[in-house]
Design a protein around this ligand. Structure first.
Ligand SMILES: [Zn+2]
Length: 400
């Protein structure tokens, strides 16, 4: 059966740990409410096969079969949706500037969000996060929390429990999951923020038909730093063997030999030239700040560019060029021709896009057919990513 082969190929394209149900469950979660017929069409498998899978899923009680009225005729059809039974997931996005805590359910609503400034001491940040988590337990019930996802701006270990190194926070070897162990018997997953954002973006893309069979893309997040998430066959690629958890650390690849010093200890890193944060010093001509002067925020530079200020426009164009140079390197390095750019940088897309594309065109990638670079979400992927990690891990561990 040709269609089945496509499905199987898709299923086996991920980390190897991908189960038969995972693709189907992800599709239902992304596109709910969705009918069996639509699932069969989008995954190119028999409707009877879909029905078998769905039967098992319905037995778990996390998915229900609802009657929906569709089309102009008001005809009744049945569609699958995740049940809102009061169970929930907690996400903590530990960002360089701000830490956000939120919850979601399998229906996909982000229901609560709180945030605080990320302090330089990991102990303080983790303690505050734990307090917020305990507040959520009190109001929603600890027993209904299914999983906690924690995103960090750096490298994680292969077991997804520890932070190995976060350059922009200068944190090393922090046992993040271990800190929350006394919260009880709730699974905790620690994930790199760009990988998490890539998982979130992958689900958003599944909402509308078209990418079920070839959901391969590179997510480049440009904000305070630059992080890259690799999605292959709808699965995030994290690396292999001892380097598991390290894949995608492109923000610190050298793009200018002997260039600007970076927090990681090296010089000329990509994020010093193409992150939203790097725009501020570029705009000021890389000179030290004067007394009482503060760095312009990225959105302020975009505002000036939109008002016609040449210096702001040139700044964004230069950022676009450096971003394009790095993106061409990433495409050549990983062999994935589709790139989605997200993060604060997207606010300046109007000025960034052309120089970015011109830089890619100058590389070998430029002579290749079918490469694309598109703008994703400027915000939302951060806490969305942490919540995605939690929900995805819960479904992955589900006994069906
Ligand atoms: Zn660096």
């Amino acid at each position: 059966m040709t269609d089945g082969t496509v499905f199987q190929t898709n299923l086996s394209a991920g980390s190897g740990a991908t189960r038969k149900f995972d693709v189907l469950v992800r599709l239902i979660r992304a596109a709910q409410p969705i009918s069996r017929t639509e699932i069969a069409a989008r995954l190119e498998i028999d409707k009877s096969t879909v029905s078998e899978y769905v039967k098992s899923l319905l037995r778990t009680g996390i998915v229900t079969d609802e009657a929906l009225f569709t089309g102009d005729s008001g005809r009744r059809s049945r569609a699958l949706v995740f049940a809102d039974d009061g169970s929930y997931f907690i996400g903590v996005n530990l960002g360089v500037r701000t830490t956000q805590v939120g919850t979601t359910n399998l229906v996909g609503d982000i229901t609560e969000i709180d945030d605080f400034q990320t302090q330089s001491d990991p102990e303080l940040v983790l303690r505050r996060s734990k307090e917020l988590i305990e507040q959520i337990f009190e109001s929603r019930g600890r027993e209904r929390c299914r999983m906690i996802g924690i995103c960090v701006p750096g490298l994680t270990d292969g077991d997804r429990r520890k932070l190995i190194y976060a350059p922009n926070l200068n944190w090393r070897d922090v046992d993040i999951a271990g800190y929350f162990d006394d919260l009880g018997d709730i699974g905790i997953v620690v994930e790199n923020d760009s990988s998490a954002a890539a998982m979130y973006e992958a689900r958003l893309q599944l909402r509308s038909p078209g990418l079920e069979k070839s959901n391969d893309f590179v997510l480049v997040r440009s904000g305070t730093g630059i992080g890259v998430g690799l999605v292959i066959g709808g699965e995030v690629y994290r690396g292999a063997g001892a380097a598991r958890g390290i894949a995608g650390e492109f923000g610190h690849m050298t793009i200018v030999a002997g260039g600007k010093p970076c927090v990681c200890g090296n010089r000329g890193c990509w994020e010093k030239y193409a992150s939203a944060a790097s725009a501020a010093s570029l705009y000021l001509g890389d000179r030290p700040l004067r007394p009482n002067e503060s760095l312009p925020r990225f959105v302020e530079i975009v505002g000036k560019a939109e008002n016609g200020e040449i210096r702001a426009q040139r700044t964004l164009e230069k950022i676009g060029e450096y971003l394009g140079v790095g993106i061409a390197n990433v495409i050549m390095g990983v062999g994935i021709p589709r790139v989605v750019v997200s993060g604060r940088l997207v606010y300046g897309w109007r000025f960034i896009e052309k120089p970015l594309r011109d830089a890619v065109k100058k590389s070998i990638v430029g002579s290749m057919k079918g490469w694309t670079v598109e703008a994703g979400e400027p915000v939302g992927a951060a806490i969305g990513g942490a919540l995605e990690v939690a929900a995805d891990e819960f479904l992955r561990r589900l006994e069906i």
